[in-house]
Design a protein around this ligand. Structure first.
Ligand code: NAD
Length: 248
């Protein structure tokens, strides 16, 4: 493993599980100081236990909550150099006529509004430093409808607009903002939605096309590449890390 992140302080949301946990772990292994946020205190405690002496700070709470965002920024002590907006939730594979307001608002709040608010909170210090690296975790559902229900697909398409627009405005100030689109990844996300519905509605389409699930570590490799200086000339892209699913 290289050591690309000495001196970096990187915020990772949803760091208690799956892609976020693998990303936080990889960043710590490569010398970063990590501020890990998650709703789930037990998962963060496990991450701490597994990380030994590595410089890891944890913030328990909902990243769409302004008070939690303020705590994250405070923990950064003005030195946040990177942000991975990873926390996200699925819908229940619902089509438009079946969307209830609570689900729509929750998916938008966590998948779109929270990343906007976190970027808004960390950008001023990055601009002042003339350096910042942001990765938003999008999805295969950012480019196709056959990977989720309508709320999630809408939210993940929005993440691409949020990424490109922020990249445009802040690129000249030394801040690169990119998104990564995982295909299917073996994580705990399925526990957050009723997959029987998905199996009924999209199962036949997905089964015919989805490659075997990737590992969270493979996604962490793509995310940390975008955070690293090897992606120096890359800004405002949606990097598909989907094992080729999009080619079908
Ligand atoms: P996961 O459920 O394994 O982990 C997500 C973590 O985020 C959990 O520990 C959860 O407690 C935390 N979290 C959820 N809402 C939160 C909130 N409001 N505040 C703080 N923490 C919160 O999921 P994952 O598969 O690792 O998903 C990570 C990201 O990857 C999500 O944005 C998801 O949409 C995206 N993604 C996943 C897949 C996949 O197949 N797993 C595919 C495409 C995109």
């Amino acid at each position: 493993i290289p050591n690309r992140f000495t001196g970096a302080t990187v915020v990772v949301t949803g760091a208690g599980s799956g892609i976020g946990k693998a990303t936080a772990t990889r960043l710590l292994a490569e010398g970063a100081r990590v501020i890990a946020s998650d709703l789930d205190a037990d998962r963060l405690a496990t991450l701490v236990a597994e990380s030994g002496e590595a410089p890891l700070l944890t913030i328990v709470g909902d990243v769409s909550d302004d008070a939690v965002i303020a705590q994250i920024v405070e923990a950064g002590e003005g030195r946040i150099t990177g942000l991975v907006n990873n926390a996200g939730i699925m819908d229940s594979f619902v089509p438009t006529a079946e969307i209830d307001d609570a689900l729509w608002e929750r998916v938008m709040r966590i998948n779109v509004t929270a990343p906007m608010k976190l970027m808004r909170a960390v950008l001023p210090a990055m601009v002042e430093a003339g350096h910042g690296r942001i990765v938003n975790v999008a999805s295969e559902a950012s480019i196709r409808a056959g990977a989720s229900g309508t709320p999630y697909a809408t939210s993940k398409h929005a993440v691409v607009g949020l990424t490109k627009s922020t990249a445009l405005f802040y690129g000249p100030a030394g801040v690169r903002v990119n998104a990564v689109a995982p295909g299917a990844v073996a994580t705990n996300i399925e526990a957050s939605f009723r997959s029987e519905l998905g199996a009924q509605r999209l199962g036949p389409i997905m089964q015919a096309t989805v490659p075997a699930p990737a590992t969270a570590e493979q996604l962490a490799a793509s995310i940390t590449w975008l955070l690293s200086e090897d992606s120096a000339n890359v800004n405002g892209v949606l990097l598909l890390s989907d094992g080729g699913w999009s080619t079908i």
